[in-house]
Ligand binder design. Structure first.
Ligand code: CP3
Length: 346
């Protein structure tokens, strides 16, 4: 295949209905793979792995070699941008991310401007450059960033939270500081993704993992508007750039989300059924999803049945097969193979 525009993921993102949906998997490079665990041990820790272009490219390529997915997603993390903006960031083993918090105007003022992020993030751009050289020519390279609300929830709380309480509290108590943080992250995200595209990313995806906790006007103001601004600016800088948005657990907010934000594809979580999403979301264009990640742990007949159900539900429109959220560390790599064979009809 010499014509790059014929890559299956790019065709689906342009709205083509393909006989077999292209497939990749959120967190496809990760702890369920023994080769990932080996490279991570070699790097020392997770952040060192993210900032080491050779090793980050290596773990990105591992699931492509093992399974032949149609897309590779850059290996990095949505929280690297917080560090580039001046926050402290570290990962507590077995617990997750920890950051210095942003809750006052003084904390906001201490952050760096959006234009200052590239020193810290340049290894990520180098990873993208290596990947665009080394990926098989039929494989699409996806870059990504967190959406402003989700990144802000970590910067405000200093960690992951079950209900994003601290971010909701700041939004209520000091809306100006909260809105300034959202704007700063959005500006930085535009430049960050633009550099990934210049380095060779062919598609970008915005992860809004906590979009579902925004309700009513807050959903419009903080899950739709900042994402729409990022997408409009990226598309003006990079005409034709395909963009995937993932407003996880948006529920009814999924309806019309592509139109409201300008996204080419909306990624679906497991709170919506594929049949509902085909009727209410895929009517506007390409969708991605949404097999439950638990099937990668449990496998068997249920995996085959539910994989076929997802393929069948989205068959009449543009579709990229994926999980509804990231694969978990306890997944069995053989179940991933079974999912791919089922999608590809082997
Ligand atoms: O999809 C991919 O494989 C690409 C790389 C990627 C990672 N994180 C690697 C990672 C991507 C796209 C992300 C996104 C990300 N990171 C999100 C949004 C998507 C989602 O899952 O909802 C969020 C919220 C984060 C923040 C984050 N990173 C958390 C909360 C954690 C700890 C929880 C966990 O799974 O350990 C991480 C760590 C992380 N990011 C790992 C990986 C492979 C595990 C790190 C390890 O090797 O121990």
């Amino acid at each position: 295949m010499t014509d790059q525009s014929q890559k299956t993921i790019l065709r689906a993102l342009r709205g083509e209905v393909l006989p077999t949906p292209p497939i990749w998997m959120m967190r496809q490079a990760g702890r369920y793979l023994p080769e990932y665990r080996a490279t991570r041990a070699q790097a020392g820790d997770f952040l060192k792995l993210c900032y080491n272009p050779d090793l980050a490219a290596e773990v990105t390529l591992q699931p492509i070699r093992r399974y032949g997915f149609d897309a590779a997603i850059l290996f990095a993390d949505i929280l690297l941008i917080c560090q580039a903006l001046g926050a402290d960031l570290w990962f507590e083993t077995g617990e997750g991310p920890r950051l210095s918090t942003v809750t006052t105007p003084a904390d906001m003022a201490a952050l760096k401007p959006a234009t200052a992020i590239h020193d810290r993030l340049s290894p990520v751009y180098e990873t993208v450059r290596i990947l665009s050289r080394e990926l098989p020519r039929e494989t699409t390279l996806i870059g990504f960033a967190g959406a402003p609300w989700t990144v802000a929830t970590y910067m405000i709380a200093g960690r992951g939270t079950p209900d994003q309480g601290p971010a909701h509290a700041l939004k209520a108590a000091d809306r100006a500081t909260f809105a300034a943080l959202i704007d700063l992250i959005a500006d930085a995200t535009i430049d960050y993704l633009s550099e990934q595209v210049k380095a060779g990313a062919e598609v970008v995806k915005l992860f809004d993992s906590w979009a579902g906790s925004l309700k009513g006007p807050d959903f419009t103001d903080f899950a739709v508007k900042p994402v729409a601004r990022i997408i409009a600016e990226l598309k003006s800088r990079h005409p034709g750039l395909p963009i995937i948005a993932f407003p996880r657990e948006a529920g009814q907010g999924y309806v019309g989300f592509a139109r409201a934000t300008g996204a080419d594809c909306v990624a679906l979580d497991n709170s919506v059924t594929p049949e509902w999403a085909a009727a209410h979301v895929q009517v506007d264009g390409c969708v991605q999803g949404n097999l439950a990640p638990g099937h990668m742990v449990t496998g068997g007949e249920a995996l085959v049945r539910e994989t076929r159900r997802v393929v069948e539900a989205f068959r009449k429109g543009p579709h990229i097969f994926n999980l509804g959220h990231g694969i978990t560390p306890d997944a069995d790599p053989e179940n991933v193979r079974l999912m791919i064979d089922t999608v590809r009809g082997a």
